[in-house]
Design a protein around this ligand. Structure first.
Ligand SMILES: [Zn+2]
Length: 412
């Protein structure tokens, strides 16, 4: 057997398996085969039994973890990191107490980003997004979902999705593209909702499918955005065309979107700050992941989603950044786990699962990503600490030291 990586001298591994998520050392070892798949996880001495003399035989692929803790590559399952301009002017309004609705009414919000996105070239958008994505990778993120949704016309939405496709070519990480044309009504359709829904359903979705530019379709189901009925029309069409479904729901008001998406077999419903008890029940019953975004709650002064209650009722809770220029200008995923373990009352293990295996479930990547198990991709992060709890306990600091994707080092 040949190896792409033999990582030895590991103190602890957050393997992210259900029953016993942490493997305690010392002297743990992870080996990855020549295809970058994990082939061994356990004690060095056990590996030596099957590979005697591996230290000399495979010395070119051996990496010493320095008695530090190792994690699966982190999974940011909800971002909007492809956009053309930042909005610190609105941030200043917000800091003085303006609400999301007031900012939108003043011509800000999503529409502000839309105007700037339409003007920007594809290359400008890719350059800006590359910088942000590099930052995420330096935190240990190896799988990331990225949504469109700042174009809101066919040409501009295709431009954003093309930018995401370009990032896929430039970065070795796993990028999952989601189409969010139903992010807001563009001004020209303010009084013609049916017209915009027809544009999405009859023009955008089929074209995106034909070009294979998105895996999921998403809708912002909220008062002032897409009603329950409108959301249903969009999700039905997306499903019919073969897209996976995601939904922004219950951020400010519970309109029934969560319940509907759960019944339609969505991969995840995200936000959920105002989720109803029925919504929680439906997510659990249908095995739909709750995408909780605690950094957004901090940044936008929203209540936190009831993650503890969801977890206790059998819902799989993923934690993501929601990185976007308006409501959460932060891509530091470990902070979502720190907020999980503090503000959301999740355990350390639940919080770490939120940014690894549960994120992977929300993106339908849990067969290959999100945990350290034999057969999965060797996407591995070494953090500068000896315990798995430390990087989210010593919070808001980047502890990431080395990152591997499919057994190949990409950071450190
Ligand atoms: Zn979002």
């Amino acid at each position: 057997m040949n190896y792409s990586l033999i990582l030895q001298n590991i103190s602890e591994i957050f393997i992210a398996e259900d029953l016993s998520p942490v493997l305690k050392g010392p002297h743990l070892l992870i080996a990855a085969d020549e295809n970058g798949k994990i082939s061994f996880v356990g004690k060095s001495e056990d590996f030596r039994k099957t590979e005697p003399g591996f230290e000399t035989k495979f010395k070119d692929v051996i990496v010493d973890a320095g008695n530090k803790a190792v994690f699966p590559g982190l999974v940011d399952s909800h971002t909007h990191l492809v956009f053309a301009a930042t909005r610190e002017d609105e941030f200043a309004m917000k800091s003085r107490g303006a609400t999301y609705e007031e900012i939108a009414a003043a011509g800000g919000g999503i529409i502000n980003s839309t105007v700037k996105t339409k003007k920007a070239s594809l290359e400008e958008i890719v350059e800006q997004a590359s910088k942000r994505l590099s930052q995420l990778v330096s935190y240990g993120v190896t799988t990331v979902e990225i949504k469109s949704g700042y174009g809101l016309d066919t040409e501009s939405e295709l431009k954003l999705l093309t930018a995401i496709a370009e990032l896929k070519k430039r970065f070795p990480v796993e990028i999952v593209p989601t189409f969010l044309g139903a992010h807001a009504y563009p001004p020209e359709f303010k009084n013609d909702h049916e017209g915009y829904i027809n544009l999405i359903n009859n023009e955008m979705l089929p074209e995106i499918k034909a070009r294979n530019l998105a895996e999921f379709a998403d809708v912002f189901c909220e008062e002032g955005y897409f009603s329950l009925k409108e959301t249903e029309k969009l999700m039905l069409r997306a499903k019919e065309l073969g897209f996976g479904l995601k939904l922004h729901a219950d951020e400010f008001h519970s309109l029934g979107g969560t319940e509907l998406a759960a019944e339609m077999g969505a991969a995840s419903v995200d936000h959920l700050e105002a989720i109803s008890d029925l919504g929680i029940k439906k997510l659990a019953e249908n095995g739909v992941v709750a995408g909780v975004l605690p950094i957004t709650s901090v940044f936008s002064r929203l209540p936190f989603a009831p993650a503890r209650k969801m977890a206790e009722n059998g819902v799989t809770v993923a934690l993501a950044t929601d990185m976007n220029p308006g409501s959460c200008m932060c891509g530091f995923l470990p902070l979502a786990a720190s907020l999980g373990a503090t503000q959301l009352k999740l355990s350390v293990e639940e919080s770490l699962k939120g940014i690894t295996i549960n994120g992977a479930k929300s993106l339908k990547r849990d067969k290959t990503k999100g945990s350290i198990e034999v057969g999965k991709d060797a996407d591995i992060v070494i953090m500068d600490s000896s315990s798995v709890a430390y990087p989210i306990y010593h919070f808001a600091h980047n502890h990431c030291e080395k990152v591997f994707v499919k057994g190949r080092r990409i950071v450190g």
